[in-house]
Design a protein around this ligand. Structure first.
Ligand code: MN
Ligand code: MN
Length: 467
């Protein structure tokens, strides 16, 4: 083959095939440095947002610092006004009013701020063999063995009989004690290791060690339990009955860290889905003079199916848009139907160690940018909204125009498992919706890993979407 023909082949290849025109190689060193620097504040966000309550509190502080004020129902706002709506301290809406008002629809970026964890049962405290323990009920899809024999902190709120709500964050300060679930020693695990994984670890065995010294040397029962309760009473003013009206969650104590000799990755608890929540909040903060009203939603309960008044199956977002429409005197069903949404959630990054769980040609990879998931679901696209080709095209053009690196990805091999996001609940409102987010390694583990490039690209994607 002569040289001329070779170059023609190359030309055609470049024109027609994807080849390797993707990922970090497309970025300048300057852009990579920008991404690295941007991630420093994300680390602080993640360390302060271990539960949905923490994330709402931290995000409101961030929004207020940047000129957002609390939304007043029924008030007419002007283009450029920035507001937030706090739904019960567990979900949050942040909006930047657009020049067009809401009659032609809004732009929605929606991420969830709850992450898999271990919740206390309503009646948690007990004593067994001179140890005090908490009974727990895990929240979301965890691999139970990953939560054993590691330091845990307690986050949440206790509502007292006198009406006060006591905030609890215990175990984060390095001078404070931590809590821990014990594990069986390998020497005595001969029977356990022969069981299938789903039988080897029982939900009722996730009991948390919280104390071991008796209150006094008297000959009474339950003195270790009493001692723990007396410490909690002194610290938080609570009695055993107050656990009945509490939400207390166990989360890992450690902070977000760079991963790899090259510091290219971020390891931490709760990237799913705070690695999309933070970029979506920052996009709202940085958005200026948007055409359409830009709305970032941080929602709760995604990990347990989005039910409840702070989850995306609730009407709280619908009512918010309806109120904007009412104030502007336009039809709310039009404002909703003409809206467009990026369901900002993570996808599974291809893991070479577990390559057989993935189909390599349709998986997302670390450092190749934001991942668009046209559909999620399981078993023949069950339970997914499946974005249209036209809307995929629209999102793709927006990303290309703004030099944002992106990729498509399915969640693993067909028929191997599956999962869902909040996308379908928004699509069900007659809104064009597609999943766009960050690829994650070890998703749902207490220490998940993402790429600094990818999360920065997510921020740029939401920002461009709003602009
Ligand atoms: Mn998620
Ligand atoms: Mn998840």
């Amino acid at each position: 083959m002569c040289d001329k023909e070779t170059s023609k082949t190359k030309e055609l290849k470049d024109k027609l095939l994807i080849g390797n025109k993707y990922g970090i190689k497309k970025l300048s060193q300057e852009e990579i440095a920008k991404a690295d620097a941007w991630c420093e504040d994300y680390k602080i966000f993640l360390d302060n947002s271990k539960t949905e309550r923490d994330a709402v509190e931290y995000s409101i502080a961030l929004l207020e610092k940047n000129g957002f004020t609390e939304y007043q129902w029924g008030k007419k706002y002007n283009a450029g006004d920035k507001v937030y709506y706090n739904n019960r301290g567990k979900a949050l809406v942040a909006a930047v009013m657009g020049k067009k008002g809401v009659s032609e629809g809004t732009r929605l970026a929606i991420a969830h701020i709850d992450s898999p964890r271990i919740d206390l049962k309503p009646n948690p405290l007990y004593e067994a063999n001179d140890l005090a323990l908490f009974k727990t009920h895990y929240y979301g899809g965890i691999r139970k063995y990953q939560w054993l024999a590691m330091p845990l902190a307690l986050h949440g709120v206790v509502s007292l009989v006198d009406g006060t709500n006591v905030k609890v964050i215990f175990g984060e300060d390095e001078n404070e004690p931590v809590l821990c679930i014990s594990d069986l020693l390998p020497h005595l695990a001969y029977e356990q290791v022969t069981k299938p994984l789903n039988k080897a670890f029982d939900g009722e065995d996730l009991n948390v060690l919280v104390g071991s010294r008796p209150y006094s040397d008297e000959d009474e029962g339950e003195l270790v339990k009493l001692n723990v309760m007396s410490i909690l009473n002194e610290k938080y003013g609570i009695t055993e009955q107050d656990f009945l009206s509490a939400e207390l969650c166990l989360v890992p104590t450690y902070k977000t860290r760079d991963v790899g000799f090259d510091k290219s990755l971020l390891g931490g608890y709760g990237h799913d889905d705070k690695c999309c929540a933070y970029p979506a909040v920052m996009a709202a903060i940085d958005a200026k003079e948007t055409e359409y009203t830009a709305i970032t939603v941080l929602c709760d309960k995604e990990e347990t199916g989005s039910d409840g008044n702070t989850g995306m199956q609730s009407d709280f977002l619908r009512y918010f848009i309806m109120d904007l429409a009412k104030s502007e005197g336009v039809a709310d069903y039009q404002a909703i139907s003409r809206s467009k949404c990026l369901s900002a959630d993570v996808n599974a990054a291809f893991d070479p160690t577990y390559a057989s769980a993935f189909e390599g040609r349709n998986s997302s990879y670390l450092n190749r940018g934001v991942v668009i998931s046209k559909y999620t679901g399981h078993g023949g696209k069950g339970g997914t909204s499946d974005a249209s080709a036209e809307y995929m095209g629209e999102v793709r053009r927006m990303l290309e125009k703004n030099d944002i690196i992106w990729q498509v990805g399915e969640l693993g091999r067909v028929d191997l498992g599956g999962g869902g996001t909040i996308a379908k609940y928004i699509a069900n409102m007659n809104v064009d919706t597609v999943d766009l987010g960050v690829p994650v390694l070890s998703m749902h583990a207490p220490f998940e890993i993402i790429s600094k490039i990818d999360i920065y690209m997510a921020y740029r994607a939401f920002f461009s979407f709003f602009e």
